[in-house]
Design a protein around this ligand. Structure first.
Ligand SMILES: NC(=O)C1=CN([C@@H]2O[C@H](COP(=O)(O)OP(=O)(O)OC[C@H]3O[C@@H](n4cnc5c(N)ncnc54)[C@H](O)[C@@H]3O)[C@@H](O)[C@H]2O)C=CC1
Ligand SMILES: CC(=O)[C@](C)(O)C(=O)O
Ligand SMILES: [Mg+2]
Ligand SMILES: [Mg+2]
Length: 351
């Protein structure tokens, strides 16, 4: 493992230099990787591995037509490379458990008989294992239990792979029965197209992931954008002005500068007027939201967040319900304005 200094703190990392794809292929040459679930991560990880020359098969609940058909469309062949969950689990030696977190709990009793000696059970989230009191997921002692968690949407895991980039992933070994658990983990981590890999534990992965997505990455982002948009609208600004000043300028300009070279670089490329004001207001926003982040972290630790997820997403109509809430978001004035603004981007204009 390479050492890398992150802001003065030395950490271990695994890069593609140390663990080249060739080595991953060698480690996985006698393995059949069964990817169970064809939602968001399933397609990305399986297609990247297939393109990287790994022996991959898919397990998908056939009655979930939407996902089954998507797998067929992506070139997986029923009876050859596409099977029911049980059939794929029986054939696989590394079993990637990539059905939804709630489904992992519901499918567990059907999967367990196929977790025979020496196999590896793979997760992309610490959820099922860490909250075992809620999920009932307690693997047998004679298998490896491993994790590679891409820090991005599966959509980007695939898109970045195709464009020659990658998405960074954390990795962890929960149980090493074969003595090969770590090399299996790293081999799969490289084969699914990770940028670099950094070590974690199942606990730290799930605590940070649930915090991040509820916080800055999704929940806080949506909340803070809405708050600013609505403030501008209350004061008589047009939808176009409020949206440009809240979202479009961020996604088309400023966040790209942050991605390229960090926050100070983005600041340095804005006016000195903006710099002065943003430097003064940043601590005020930080102070306002820090207690909310602490509440969130406590809610993750206590198991409240996972309890809510498991209750909601094990309902038979969970997808329709989520879809309905996303529809309300999509049809709000703010995001309808967004659609109109996007249509006016030069590359979209008159399409
Ligand atoms: N969505 C993403 O990009 C990311 C997901 N993860 C983790 O990866 C894992 C998979 O997540 P997603 O790809 O988002 O999955 P998803 O939520 O899109 O799951 C869809 C899959 O679950 C299956 N499924 C749902 N309910 C079922 C049931 N009752 N019985 C049998 N199968 C059922 C569907 O048939 C489909 O194959 C999770 O542990 C998640 O936390 C980690 C990083 C990012
Ligand atoms: C994309 C990702 O890593 C998330 C936001 O944590 C998730 O989809 O669960
Ligand atoms: Mg995540
Ligand atoms: Mg997540």
């Amino acid at each position: 493992m390479a050492k890398m200094v992150f802001g003065g703190v030395t950490e271990d990392v695994v890069t593609r230099d140390e663990f080249p794809l060739e080595k991953a292929r060698e480690v996985l040459k006698d393995e059949v990787v069964a990817v169970l679930g064809y939602g968001v991560q399933g397609p990305a990880q399986s297609l990247n591995m297939r393109d990287n020359g790994i022996h991959v098969i898919i397990g998908q609940e056939p009655s979930d037509k939407f996902y089954w058909d998507k797998a067929v469309k992506d070139g997986w062949v029923p009876g050859e490379t596409l099977f029911s969950l049980e059939e794929a689990a029986a054939r696989g030696t590394i079993i990637q458990y990539l059905v939804s977190d709630a489904a992992q709990m519901m499918v567990w009793d059907r999967l367990k008989p196929h977790l025979t000696t020496g196999k590896a059970l793979y997760f992309s989230h610490g959820f099922g294992i860490v909250y075992k009191d809620q999920t009932g997921i307690i693997p047998p002692a004679d298998i490896d239990v491993i994790l590679v968690a891409p820090k991005g949407s599966g959509t980007s895991v695939r898109a970045n792979f195709l464009s020659g980039s990658g998405i960074n992933s954390s990795y962890a070994v929960h149980q090493d029965y074969t003595g090969r658990a770590e090399e299996r983990t790293l081999a799969v981590g490289i084969a699914v197209g990770s940028g670099y890999l950094f070590p974690t534990t199942f606990e730290n992965e799930v605590y940070s992931d649930l915090t991040g997505e509820r916080g800055v990455l999704m929940g806080a982002l949506a909340g803070v954008m809405e708050a600013q948009y609505e403030t501008l609208r209350r004061h008589g600004h047009s939808p176009s002005e409020a949206f440009n000043e809240t979202v479009e300028e961020l996604t088309q300009s400023l966040i790209r500068l942050v991605a390229a070279n960090g926050m100070d670089w983005m600041y340095a490329n804005c006016s000195t007027t903006a710099q002065r004001g943003a430097l003064d207001w940043a601590p005020r926003f930080k102070a306002a939201v820090e207690p909310t982040f602490e509440q969130l972290y406590q809610s993750v630790l206590s198991g409240e967040e996972t309890r809510v997820v498991l209750a909601a997403n094990s309902a038979p109509d969970y997808r329709e319900k989520l879809g309905e809430e996303l529809r309300v978001m999509r049809e709000s004035e703010m995001w309808q304005t967004g659609a109109a603004v996007r249509s006016l981007r030069p590359e979209n204009w008159n399409k």
